[in-house]
Design a protein around this ligand. Sequence first.
Ligand code: FAD
Length: 295
Amino acid sequence: MTIIEKLQSAARPLISVEFFPPKAEAAQAAFDKEAAALTSLRPDFVSVTCGAGGSDAGPTLEIAKQLLSFGYETVMPHCTCVGSSRSELEARSDALVAQGFKNVMALRGDPPKGERFFKPEPDGFRYAAELVTFLRARHPQLCIGVAGYPEKHPEAYNAAEDIRHLKEKVDAGADFITTQLFLHNHVYFDFVEKCRAADITVPILPGLLPVISLKQIKRMRTFCEFHVPSRLLYDLKNAQDDAEKMERIGLYWAIEQIAELIEGGAPGIHLYLLNRAKTAFYPELFACLSRVRGQ
Ligand code: FAD
């Protein structure tokens, strides 16, 4: 089943988890351990980033295949335009389909490490919408996800322009949207409302990061735009010498977010767990996710 089929047919919200390929060979064993442990969460699908944060795009498909071998039923590789010519994207998307993947996340991508701005290859694509058009034409059967930004993409002039460009991705053939992380639920609900007003009708999966530290927030804010609620910031600052306490504060924040998002009609929860199984196995979060799954 493709992700859009799951979204359309599920009688309950979906749970999904995003992985990123281990950054070095030495990190592979740790990745295997975390990824294998997370199978017991039984997510409806998992995704694998491609060159996120400017890293190498190479290992995405290999890691996606590995996740299938761990027992994940539906694995979605990400595909970006970064450093890729049209013929490279032809080869990459053909390989993805030949290996049995039915879903892909189509992105422009982060600039390579050390570069501030995205530069398309001479015969590559400048925007994700062009990649969606290309994928839809070459592999009409693929289910295609795209990124949405409830607090706008950092390069966008304003939120209205960003939503116009999001609509271009959907009009080009995207089946669903996964959002960038946000810590205030109202930004998700406002975003969905604006998307619907702009005639974007596809499901919009909220992306959620259970925060583990102030340092993590600072790092994430170097490449994505999101506001940190003052109550959360205050509590984290008061606990900054106690890593375990900070993690619990972030965890309870995420649990509150999940409950409210589901109650407000979100079609699921996409978790940015950053390859860290420990977060999902705090009994409180595990129980909350089980409730979402109706168990
Ligand atoms: P686009 O949709 O192309 O938008 C990029 C910018 O261009 C936006 O500001 C948009 O408003 C603007 N724009 C779009 N079309 C036009 C136009 N016609 N004219 C003028 N401006 C336009 N990065 C990775 O490198 N690898 C990953 O695996 C990855 N996974 C992600 C998963 C999710 C769920 C999310 C939310 C983000 C992910 N990212 C990943 C980050 C993403 O690649 C960056 O945010 C990137 O800067 C933009 O990618 P995009 O696909 O949203 O680009």
